[in-house]
Design a protein around this ligand. Structure first.
Ligand code: HEM
Length: 313
């Protein structure tokens, strides 16, 4: 197997694998956004309580638009799962089981399985549409953290399978703890954003009387937390990146500047979200930017987890 791996790890093979990985990463973002559309349009129960079938059949009759939206989201998830078969086969053939790319592919696949099971749990337990329960709050929060883990694992695979990965001489970067703080801050902001989004869904639902539903009332009353945490957190991330960028050995500083740019755009889209009463279009832009911020930050952190020895002071 080792021989096969070495023979197949040609620059061309690696290039195709990288292209494939980028496609899977972008497709994953599309699946996440389609999941957001499901929540924003209250289509979570569009397929009834059957899973993995939709409305009891493989291809439903599309009784209404909610069913179509939920069905498309499930289809995209299935396509992504098939994409992971390609990832497993390609990774095994190119790198074999002994290369560190392989455990990262296995971890990413496990995270995808958890993601699918969490989606199924939302349907089984009825944590969709106008449901206001602690179970839904916890499941939604866990779901979004798992989503970030899924994106992060794909970024890690892309990073580890680059052709030049093993040729650089590096040592531990003393600033790496700032990168961990920055990533934890994005996770915290994202979880508060998800809870904010759930609060808005309940607030705007025709079937929920917020004043008579204690959990909905609580969630709606703490909606200011997300913008507050995001603005303070945004400044904190910029400060932490500044400390990292000061390091002479820092690589790919363009990624650091891109992170700052996305934070700026994210604050802008957050303001529009509130001013325009969270239309689906702005929600999609806001979530897309949150994913872009996370992907860029993880790339930047991986590039600077170790410092290049030659530039190191
Ligand atoms: C780094 C900055 C930020 C990040 C990473 C972030 C992330 C998120 C995420 C992941 C969501 C959930 C999206 C969904 O599930 O639909 C969300 C929702 C939301 N965010 Fe932010 N956000 C940031 C900044 C802001 C700011 C500064 C504001 C306001 C000034 C804001 C206002 C909102 C609102 C109103 C929602 C709920 C939208 C809805 O009903 O779906 N965000 N945010």
């Amino acid at each position: 197997m080792k021989l096969i791996a070495r023979v197949n790890r040609s620059p061309k093979g690696l290039r195709y694998f990288q292209l494939y990985l980028w496609t899977v990463l972008l497709f994953t973002v599309a699946v996440i956004i389609s999941g957001d559309i499901v929540q924003a349009t209250e289509s979570g129960a569009g397929c009834g309580d059957s899973w993995p079938k939709c409305d009891g059949t493989l291809i439903p009759a599309f009784a209404d638009v909610h069913m179509a939206i939920e069905f498309v989201h499930r289809m995209l998830t299935s396509v992504l799962s098939f994409g992971y078969f390609g990832l497993l086969i390609g990774g095994y053939v190119l790198f074999g089981r002994r290369h560190r790319v392989w455990p990262s592919i296995l971890a990413s696949t496990a995270i995808l399985v958890v993601e699918i099971l969490l989606g199924a749990a939302l349907v089984f337990f009825g944590w969709v549409e106008d449901n206001a329960s602690w179970g839904r709050v916890i499941a939604d929060s866990f779901h979004v953290v798992n989503t970030l883990a899924l994106l992060g694992s794909l970024v890690l695979i892309i990073f580890l399978s680059r052709a030049d990965n093993e040729t650089l001489v590096t040592k531990q970067n003393p600033k790496r703890r700032y990168l961990i703080f920055a990533m934890l801050t994005v996770i915290l902001i994202t979880v508060t954003g998800t809870i904010n989004s759930l609060a808005d869904t309940l607030y705007l639902s025709d079937h929920v009387v917020v004043e008579e539903t204690p959990i909905a009332q609580l969630l709606v009353s703490v909606r200011a937390i997300h913008p507050l945490v995001a603005i303070i957190g945004g400044f904190a991330i910029i400060g932490l990146l500044y400390l990292v960028l000061e390091e002479p050995s820092v690589q790919k500083s363009i990624l650091g500047f891109a992170v700052v740019g996305v934070i700026f755009l994210q604050v802008l889209s957050g303001v529009f979200n509130i001013a325009l009463l969270t239309p689906v279009e702005i929600q999609i832009i806001h979530l897309g930017l949150a994913d872009a911020l996370w992907i860029l930050l993880v790339f930047f952190s991986l590039h600077n987890w170790k410092a290049l020895v030659s530039n190191y002071s």
